[in-house]
Design a protein around this ligand. Structure first.
Ligand code: TA6
Length: 292
């Protein structure tokens, strides 16, 4: 079966690869390709729909984090309400010989409208091939005579599973400006070609110089494959790992979890984006397994 539609989880399969998506938050919780799980899921993750899922790809909307835009802090806390609401799966699933695509939607409910009193629609496409996964988020301000422009942040908070987070790296980033969220939001420039996760890091890289930003996610020098990650439409990407001192204070992070993942999170983060009635934002994240 190329798609299994469970009450809570949708499973996609294509050419030996698979992906699992919780309707709660439309959170992609697993992506297996080349016989390897590519996304990290905390052993202590809450999976009953009572808290955001710690792992996979939680979707942040309409806020990224309180330190970046404190004026948005009331919008569902850190990372907003999209990751803590149940999305619906469209009936139509598109399949070709090469891929399978499922689409998920979130529209306002009463609780959301109290926080964010704007008409909106989120449409999320997840496409699986034998070697790749593409996630596309459309954020829509529907046209109507009463609609007004509104602002948002968004993020694909992607947790990549790694054998050892100290060895993994993202490159090429040399010369890329970033905001250091752990150093008073100072603006800095990446000096080395590769960014490693040797200490606690929460840096928002500025990808806006290019419409399409490609990085190589390396598992380490001895790895036989790597991930090519391409993001389109997103002006930023956060590079995050709390390491032990902070990670051990996160209740749903399994002990030692910080050694097992690195987050590279394309998004609209350092500035709020504005959508006028009838406008749509589209952000794309494509991950492809490549041989080394
Ligand atoms: O994206 C990085 C970040 O904003 C960190 O600052 C960190 O707190 C993390 O996300 C996790 O946030 P969460 O709300 O899921 O605990």
């Amino acid at each position: 079966m190329p798609i299994q539609k469970g009450e809570k989880i949708v499973v996609l399969e294509k050419n030996g690869a698979s992906a699992e998506i919780y309707l709660y938050g439309a959170t992609v919780s697993s992506w297996k390709s080349g016989g390897v799980e590519r996304f990290w899921m905390s052993g202590a993750a809450v999976l009953d729909g009572s808290a955001p899922i710690r792992g996979g790809i939680p979707i942040g909307f309409p806020i990224f984090a309180n330190d970046v835009h404190p004026e948005f802090a009331e919008l569902g806390g850190a990372h907003g309400f999209a990751r803590i609401n149940v999305w619906t799966l469209d009936d139509v699933v598109l399949e070709t010989e090469a891929d399978i695509k499922a689409t998920f939607r979130l529209v306002p409910n009463d609780a959301i409208s109290k926080l964010f009193p704007h008409p909106f629609e989120l449409v999320y496409e997840v496409t699986l091939t034998g070697s790749g996964l593409t996630t596309v988020l459309h954020i829509i301000n529907p046209a109507s005579t009463t609609s007004k422009p509104w602002q948002f942040n968004t993020v694909f908070h992607t947790y990549y599973k790694v054998p050892q987070s100290l060895k993994a790296s993202i490159s090429p980033l040399q010369g890329t400006p970033y905001i250091d969220r752990l150093d008073g939001m100072k603006r800095k420039v990446q000096e080395s070609e590769k960014a490693f996760m040797l200490v606690e890091t929460a840096s928002a890289y500025d990808l806006s110089a290019k419409d399409e930003f490609e990085v190589l996610f390396s598992y380490g020098d001895d790895a036989t494959d790597a991930l090519k990650i391409v993001s389109k439409g997103f002006p930023d990407a956060v590079f995050w790992n709390p390491r032990e001192v902070v990670g051990s204070t996160v209740p749903d992070m399994s002990k030692g979890g910080w050694n097992e993942f690195i987050c590279w999170e394309p998004g609209v983060i350092s500035n709020l984006a504005t959508l006028k009635p009838g406008d749509r934002f589209t952000g794309v994240q494509h991950m492809e397994v490549v041989s080394m």
